[in-house]
Design a protein around this ligand. Structure first.
Ligand code: SAJ
Length: 403
């Protein structure tokens, strides 16, 4: 391939679909990933993640020569950093992947290049990377364009949302913002909103924190209603009849790679100011613990009443309904916790969206509900909503299946 237009560093859940999207528009993309297996898979026209429509997009882009992967970057005109920003101890964000991706491209940079970070990042990261770049390349001082542009796609609908969602684009100066907007305009049909880098960084964190806080409110209501003997689902439905009220749904906690994580990026830098954001994280985490305790109590009550051990069905392991993704899943956490406390009861673990699991032995959802004495709904998968549950079963409905 001749010199690519774009280097995409990080070929994961966001980087790879974005690379494929750019390549679909016949712009040459050189994708970079530290994992040689990922590189090999992509160069064979295949994909290593589950995402509808991504397979054909990547296969076509590779076949037509617009997408190529490697473990190291090459010279280009636009550099996109789309690598993970995980956590160190004490929920502090770790930007070392962003740093190492940036360091890898510093020697390749030339006047007029555009450098964009998409990775979820603490406030000030883009400016920090700017200082890093200019400290090593003083010859390029003020001659590069740099911006932050977070992604906002929902796993499972990435190929549609990447093109159609609005984007927030913040440069380290207005020239950078304009240059980055012009770049994204080629691939994105949603509106592109201009701001500065710090606001764009904060915007991403705030979007997910806002959802976390709203879910925490619903989860808090579920705890209060449990004590007050009120059906929380009915309550929320009725409250939402008010034209300006829109309460979200309680569940067994908040999982996934974004909403349960991003608020900590704010809390760790601004602990004194971010009281609601921090508390929401606590409430949502506590909700999972509370659910596990409820199972334990139901189990003991059953034993006292019947003088025998119950059979227990744990319904759902995914981090949200109708997906096969188990990472950071509160349902999985609850299942693990319940099994740790197991005392010769029989358990049926159910997850209709996956065929098998390396830790949990899975049971079909119909078989499990027929056999179990206690049915615990952890995830509101569609299949569960069609089940007819006999009156004599104990049901713990943490996700509104029976509402
Ligand atoms: N959940 C509830 N109650 C609700 C809604 C969700 O308990 O009423 C739970 C889900 O079960 C799940 C968790 O919250 O455990 C998160 O699920 P989600 O569907 O709200 O979001 P994600 O993590 O799949 O994707 C989010 C999205 N952000 C927002 O909706 C603000 C997505 O647009 C982002 O791109 C993504 O995070 C990300 O990458 O940041």
């Amino acid at each position: 391939m001749n010199q690519p237009e774009v280097v995409m560093i990080g070929l994961g859940y966001i980087g790879l679909p974005t690379a494929a999207l750019i390549a679909q528009k016949k712009t040459k993309v050189h994708g970079v990933d530290i994992n040689p297996d990922v590189v090999e898979t992509i160069n064979a026209g295949k994909i290593h993640i589950v995402e509808p429509e991504l397979d054909t997009a990547v296969a076509n882009a590779v076949k037509e020569g617009y997408l190529k992967a490697a473990t190291t970057p090459v010279e280009a005109n636009v550099y996109l950093v789309v690598v993970p920003t995980p956590f160190k101890a004490k929920n502090e964000p770790d930007i070392s992947f962003v740093e190492s991706a940036t360091k890898a491209i510093i020697p390749l940079l030339k006047e007029g290049d555009l450098y964009i970070i998409e990775s979820t990042s603490p406030i000030g990261t883009t400016e920090k990377m700017m200082r890093l770049i200019y400290s090593e390349r003083p010859d390029l001082e003020d001659k590069l364009f740099m911006a932050y542009c977070p992604e906002r796609v929902l796993p499972g609908n990435v190929m549609y949302e990447l093109v159609n969602n609005d984007r927030v684009i913040g440069g380290v100066n207005s020239e950078s913002t304009h240059k980055a907007v012009a770049f994204y305009r080629q691939f994105i049909e949603g509106d592109l909103h201009k701001t500065n880098a710090r606001t764009a960084e904060m915007c991403k964190l705030v979007e997910n924190s806002s959802r976390d806080v709203q879910i925490a409110f619903a989860n808090e209501l579920s705890l209060i209603c449990d004590k007050a003997n009120i059906n929380v689902w009915e309550l929320i439905e009725l409250a939402n009849k008010h034209p300006r009220v829109n309460i979200l749904q309680p569940g067994c906690g908040v999982g996934g790679h974004c909403i349960a994580v991003d608020p900590y990026f704010i809390v760790s830098d601004y602990p004194l100011e971010s009281k609601i954001i921090g508390k929401a994280r606590e409430i949502n985490n506590y909700k999972s613990f509370w659910c596990a305790e409820k199972v334990q109590t139901a189990k003991l009550e059953f034993e006292l009443k019947h003088g025998s051990k119950p059979k227990i069905a744990l319904m759902g392991l995914a981090f949200k309904p109708n997906i096969d993704d188990l990472r950071e899943s509160p349902a999985k956490y609850i299942a693990q916790k319940v099994l740790q406390n197991a005392n010769n009861e029989e358990y049926y673990i159910v997850e209709p969206n996956i065929d098998s699991h390396n830790v949990f032995k899975l049971t079909n959802y119909k078989t499990a509900t027929e056999a179990a004495d206690i049915i615990v709904f952890l995830v509101a998968h569609d299949e569960f909503k069609t089940l007819k549950i006999p009156q004599d079963k104990v049901v713990l409905d943490f996700c509104g299946i029976l509402k």
